[in-house]
Ligand binder design. Structure first.
Ligand code: DAT
Ligand code: MG
Length: 140
């Protein structure tokens, strides 16, 4: 059965451009409830660890530098079928390929600076939520 939680980050490009409010509105309007949220900044070491699964990919260094370059918003979201529905809401990795009405179509600037992160599985949603939040920081 699909889980009911996913993890998201509003990335440095979107924070820098004052898109936090617009993105959170799209998230709420799509029926997601915010159950944990933090305005924070990743150290280079934290970004390396968070994106460890991409360590072998050619863009890893660029991704780590970028994700630790400025503040982000980290949040845990709740909704039925959360992971799949949130991936649909954010759209394709490359905003040029993202569908109309998706967050990345509306707010992302490039494949690297693509405004938001969304977990790709229930297992990773749990791992990523635990990376940023203690259980007692999540209020359902
Ligand atoms: P997604 O964020 O859609 O799950 P992913 O997991 O394949 O995409 O990649 C993680 C992040 O890495 C992505 O949000 C932006 C960056 N990235 C992916 N492909 C890239 C590329 N070809 N060039 C630069 N950055 C890339
Ligand atoms: Mg991914």
């Amino acid at each position: 059965m699909a889980g009911n939680r996913t993890f998201t980050m509003i990335k440095p490009d979107a924070v820098e451009k004052n898109y936090i409010g617009g993105i959170l509105k799209m998230i709420n309007d799509a029926g997601f409830k915010i159950v944990a949220m933090k305005y924070t900044k990743l150290s280079k070491e934290q970004a390396q660890k968070f994106y460890e699964v991409h360590a072998e990919r050619p863009f890893y260094g660029e991704l780590v530098d970028y994700m630790s370059s400025g503040p982000i918003v980290a949040a845990v979201l709740e909704k039925d079928n959360a992971v799949e529905d949130f991936r649909k809401l954010i759209g394709a990795t490359d905003p040029a390929e993202a569908a109309e009405g998706t967050i990345r179509k509306s707010y992302a600037e490039s494949k690297g600076k693509n405004a938001v992160h969304g977990s790709d599985s229930d297992e990773n949603a749990t791992i990523e939520s635990n990376f940023h939040f203690k259980p007692e920081e999540i209020f359902a």
